[in-house]
Design a protein. Structure first.
Lengths: 252, 882
């Protein structure tokens, strides 16, 4: 029986289950998908003299544990930005991650390098992560490719792309009330994932009418555009960057 | 007249003045070695009262040592700083000004007497605007007198050379202290003074303040808890005639019941501007100033070039230009905000017009003082109401002003964010030898703000800068302050990099991050708050500096714009302080309405309001002194319960949140509370069943703090308040225009900090401070408590009018600010949002036809689109119900 907190989405001929833990599960490939973990971001801040509690990292990994327990995947795909910065490579953070890896020793972990990974460097060998530049897919992934930047669709050989980077959120309003929530967005060829890391910001985006948007809170809920609302700039063909004003290279 | 000094007498005589009694008192007290506070109305020589004490002292010293100084002055020098040949004397006087925009004016008025008296003093300013070359010069040696801001002073105190640089300092004068006392910058000032007093225990501190209700406390805050001599309070009781007149609408029955722009009076105001040589037109918000500036020009071509705009967001150069033109008499009118409340020796104008209620007695007096700004002259102010009830407010304000019921400005108590910042400042200053914790704690406790600082809070603040928080393990590898190498028991700044970042944050105590507004050519127009610009997209248009601007791009804290003629989609609203009706004025308004209830209408304003107040009586009633009015009215959009405590917008916001919370505790519901200065409305989609007997419980003071805290926690109020705290405590590293930003990977929002602390370090005292600040300053806990206590003794008049009343209509129309309390689940709330997306990037630029400048052809009220009783959707009857 499907979990009422989850939402299923058919996209690119595949079925994905979206979880409020800010992950998605791809049942056919027994794969768990996350984006923008930004591990070690608190350490990088503390290094610069800004106090952020270390427990963030452990809490994020505990949330990932929860997702792994409920979906029992064989493979974990990280859509970029595993580590936040070079100064995130502090012994304490690394110990926490290494211990977590040891608990999930058999899990196949695939990391697509994101802009933060470029600066922070690849994870240590002994964590046994497969690390690739975007776009990348294993042979059985069919029509799906993994990336960090949604612009990777242009280099994906016509495949559909799952991407991160944007930290997308939408704003819902009703009268004077307004609510901002992180979201998944499934567009015509690219899907955007919410940032997984808890100490990360969000960027409010303007979805196109055809985009399917799922907001993430206590549960995952599908939201649609305002009926009859057609902003003029959506009617003409646009690049990904134009469509999502949040897209900016280097946005953490 | 007691002789102070012949040269001073001569100086005054040469200008046709003679010293006032309070000036003589201030000079004498200064010469006796005392510190104190000078209070006098604007424009009667406060500056001279504070400045000439040190000057006379020096003149006497020179005489004692054999004649006036022989250092010659370059005659006719037009330079702002006059440096005599050879070195000037070392630093003696620090002159603190709250606004760096005032520094140049101050400099000029300090220079005048010293030049005339031939003192060998250098007088310079030191603010964020000071040129690099002058800074470099000041690095070698500070001028004899330096005009600076609290931030720039703190910055100077963060360098290890501070002891040598300030060694000869004798006096600190804090100008416009009433502007600083209630703020965190005031606390920053107190801490800086404590530092300087450790250096020189005989330091004399003088404050200059406009009239506020708590002058003695203001003096004590400034002087600290251990003054060396009996503190002086010098009050200038110069009777300055004050006349407050009102522009009474010709057709009160058609005058709107709500709205805040008042542009329908534009023609009458133009008549008044034409009739006077010079006018200051005061508005309450910057957007109102922009709108009125546009309207004046649109309505009368003759005014082009003769009207200017002046507000705090505009570039200093532009403001300076306007000030100079006004001083030169080449302007007919300046549309301005509180940016012109302050200012030294501002040239007098013929008339002051106040647009909309001044909301406070002190503000009205301050602004009125801008006319007839010379001793003995009459101050005149013309009040222009923006909606009907402002007639009552003006009448009440005049009454309170005549009775001298002036508002107080309570000081801040022990803000931990400012303390944490100060500790790092000291650590920077005492590097590398470090500071002794006990000594600094004692110094901090010598300030009024921290006089009762507990050991627990002190240790927390020290822990915060040493290791991030109390939990020893929570913040590995963090240190802003570390043990000194040579003396491990002393504390110094952890690294040069920390010191550099810290100095960048010192200047940011002021408030919201703002972005520069510039043309592509680089010409600067001013700055706007981040919050305003973040709601706009590239291509959006807004009115600024009297021009319609289109946003080209936003980069590195700069908004690049170009001028445009297109008017569609223009946004004119941005934050600019909506004042809350003061306690004094609220009480006076209640009195006026109670009079009206018993048929007493005194004065032309109340007489003019008579038809509207009588309509209120017919549809519902007016509350007497011992009564609380509650109106329950159903409108097509909601069930409304209107409550009228008359306690001011801020207290009503808190009361609204409290009532909504208490009602929703019993049954899950969503209630939206809107408020204005007179009352609040609770709105619900479902019927609100609030019989008479429930009100005693709802309005009880039992568990008040707990309930309010629950509101604070369930809403985003504490998170919003945390923005400032995060910045002051150095969590959010600011980027500055023109400076390279700190790495993007170190950018985080205050909300993120709030969440992460709340989850992993809930005892974090910065969180506690945020909540306390929300309770005290945002919700005005004290006023809420007083209001509830008063209301509990009042008789409740529960009315159910069939249509909106003159009192309830403005509240119903108040959709802009609202607080909601909800006990519904997140998913239910989302479900009720009809799953509609706000098109945030481009679609949410609200089209606001009523703020769009529109050429008015006549004074006909029908040309206004303001919400007026006629625009009521429910019942379309004539407002007077005939």
């Amino acid at each position: 029986m499907p979990d009422p907190q989850h939402a299923d989405v058919h996209w690119a001929g595949e079925l994905f289950t979206l979880s409020p833990l800010r992950v998605a599960h791809w049942a056919r490939r027994r794969t768990l998908l996350v984006a923008d973990m930004h591990l070690g971001k608190p350490a990088a801040f503390r290094h610069a003299g800004v106090p952020v509690p270390e427990e963030c990292t452990a809490a994020d990994l505990a949330r990932l544990d929860q997702a792994i327990q409920s979906f029992a995947p064989d493979r974990l795909v990280i859509l970029g930005d595993l580590l936040h910065a070079r100064t995130a490579r502090c012994p304490r953070t690394f110990q926490t991650i290494a211990a977590w890896r040891a608990e999930h020793a058999t899990l196949d972990i695939l990391l697509i390098r994101g802009n933060h990974d470029d600066r922070a460097g690849d994870p240590p060998e002994d964590w046994r992560f497969r690390v690739h530049d975007e776009p990348f897919a294993d042979p059985e992934d069919g029509n799906i490719a993994f990336a960090h930047f949604p612009e990777a669709i242009e280099r994906a050989d016509g495949k559909h792309v799952l991407a991160g980077h944007v930290h997308p959120a939408v704003r819902l309003t009703r009268g004077a009330r307004s609510l901002r929530a992180p979201c998944f967005l499934f567009g015509s060829r690219a899907a955007l994932f919410p940032a997984f890391g808890s100490f990360t910001g969000t960027k409010v985006i303007a979805p196109a009418p055809a985009d399917r948007v799922f907001i993430v809170g206590d549960c995952v809920v599908a939201v649609g555009p305002k009926p009859g609302h057609q902003p003029s700039h959506h009617s003409r063909p646009t690049s990904a960057r134009r469509r999502y004003p949040g897209l900016r290279p280097g946005l953490g | 007249m007691p002789t102070v000094h012949p040269a001073i007498e001569q100086f005054f005589a040469s200008r046709g003045w003679s010293p006032f009694e309070f000036q003589l008192q201030a000079w004498q007290a200064y010469l006796d070695g005392r510190s104190g506070l000078i209070n006098a109305p604007t424009g009667v020589g406060k500056t001279m009262a504070a400045w000439l004490g040190p000057v006379i002292e020096r003149l006497r010293e020179l005489e004692a040592s054999g004649g006036v100084s022989d250092a010659p002055l370059r005659a006719g020098s037009k330079k702002r700083s006059v440096r005599p040949t050879g070195d000037g004397e070392p630093i003696r006087v620090l002159w603190i000004t709250p606004l760096r925009a005032l520094a140049n004016d101050t400099l000029a008025s300090l220079l005048e007497p010293t030049r005339a008296l031939g003192l060998p003093w250098t007088i310079e300013s030191r603010t964020g605007d000071t040129s690099q070359s002058l800074r470099k010069k000041q690095k070698d040696r500070l001028p004899t007198a330096m005009v600076t801001t609290p931030e720039s002073l703190t910055l100077l105190l963060s360098h290890s050379t501070w002891r040598e640089r300030f060694a000869t300092l004798r006096t600190v004068v804090v100008d416009e202290w009433h502007e600083l006392i209630g703020t965190k910058r005031g606390v920053q000032m107190e801490l800086a003074l404590a530092r300087l007093r450790t250096l020189n225990p005989a330091l004399r501190t003088w404050g200059v303040s406009a009239t506020i209700g708590n002058l003695e406390q203001a003096r004590d805050v400034l002087l600290g808890v251990r003054p060396a001599h009996t503190p002086a309070l010098v009050r200038g009781q110069i009777a300055k005639d004050l006349q407050i007149h009102m522009l009474i609408p010709r057709d009160i029955e058609r005058f709107p019941w709500a709205g805040h722009l008042g542009t329908r009076s534009v023609d009458v105001v133009i008549e008044r501007i034409r009739a006077a040589r010079s006018t200051l037109l005061f508005t309450n918000t910057r957007s109102q100033a922009e709108i009125w500036f546009g309207r004046l020009l649109a309505a009368d071509d003759d005014l082009i070039g003769q009207v200017a705009i002046h507000h705090g967001s505009l570039d200093r150069g532009l403001r300076q230009k306007v000030e100079n033109m006004l001083a030169a008499g080449s302007l007919r009118c300046v549309v301005c905000t509180s940016s012109l409340d302050l200012g030294v020796d501002f040239s007098p104008v013929d008339q002051v017009i106040q647009l909309g209620s001044p909301k406070g007695v002190a503000r009205l007096l301050q602004r009125a003082g801008r006319s007839g700004h010379q001793p003995g002259a009459t101050s005149r102010v013309l009040g222009v109401p923006t909606h009907a009830f402002e007639l009552v407010e003006f009448a009440a304000a005049r009454e309170a002003a005549e009775a001298r019921q002036i508002e107080s400005r309570p000081p801040q108590t022990a803000p931990l964010d400012v303390l944490a910042q100060h500790l790092v400042t000291i650590a920077c200053a005492e590097a590398p030898a470090g500071f002794d914790e006990a000594v600094v704690r004692d110094e901090v406790r010598s300030t009024y703000a921290y006089r009762d600082l507990s050991d627990i809070d002190w240790h927390w603040a020290m822990d915060f800068v040493k290791r991030g928080g109390q939990a020893l393990t929570a913040y590995p590898h963090f240190a802003r302050v570390a043990p000194a190498k040579e003396h491990p028991s002393r504390w110094t700044v952890a690294s040069d990099r920390i010191a550099r970042t810290h100095r960048m944050t010192i200047g940011t105590i002021t408030g919201e991050n703002s972005l520069a507004v510039k043309y592509l050519s680089g010409r600067s127009l001013g700055h706007v708050e981040e919050g305003f610009i973040s709601r706009l997209e590239v291509g959006a248009r807004f009115v600024f500096a009297g021009k319609i601007l289109e946003i080209l791009r936003v980069r590195d804290n700069t908004v690049f714009v170009q001028r445009t003629r297109k008017r569609s989609g223009v946004v004119s609203r941005w934050d600019g302080g909506r004042f809350s009706l003061s306690t004094q004025l609220s009480a006076a308004v209640r009195g006026k309405l109670a009079d009206a209830r018993s048929g007493v209408f005194i004065g032309p304003e109340m007489e003019a309001m008579r038809p509207i107040l009588e309509l209120q009586m017919r549809r519902s009633t007016l509350p007497g002194p011992d009564e609380l009015l509650i109106e329950s009215i159903q409108t097509p959009d909601a069930y409304n319960v209107f409550i009228f405590p008359f306690e001011g917008r801020m207290a009503h916001e808190g009361l609204g949140a409290l009532l909504a919370h208490r009602i929703t505790l019993e049954a899950p519901a969503t209630i939206t509370a809107n408020c204005n200065d007179y009352g609040l409305v609770l709105r619900s989609q479902d019927p609100l069943d609030l019989p008479q007997e429930r009100w005693a419980g709802l309005l009880s003071t039992t568990a008040l703090v707990d309930d309010l805290m629950a509101c604070v926690n369930s809403s985003s109020m504490a998170r919003r308040q945390f923005r400032d705290i995060a910045r002051v405590a150095g969590l959010v590293v600011p980027g500055f225009p023109g400076q390279s930003k700190p790495g993007r990977h170190l950018q985080a929002s205050s909300e993120m900090f709030f969440d992460v602390f709340e989850e992993f370090d809930p005892e974090n005292l910065l969180l506690r401070q945020a909540r306390r600040e929300v309770l005290d300053s945002q919700l005005e806990l004290g006023r809420i408590r007083t209001a509830l206590e008063r209301m509990s003794k009042q008789t409740i008049l529960n009315r159910t009018p069939e249509e909106l009343t003159p009192l309830s209509f403005p509240l119903w129309a108040e959709h802009l600010r609202s607080t909601s309390a909800s006990t519904e689940k997140w998913s239910d709330v989302v479900a009720k949002m009809s799953l509609e997306l706000e098109q945030s990037a481009t679609g949410d630029v609200p089209r606001r036809p009523r703020t769009k400048p529109k050429k008015q052809t006549s004074n006909s009220p029908t040309s206004s689109r303001k919400p007026s009783p006629r625009a009521r959707p429910a019942t379309r009857r004539r407002p007077l119900g005939r």
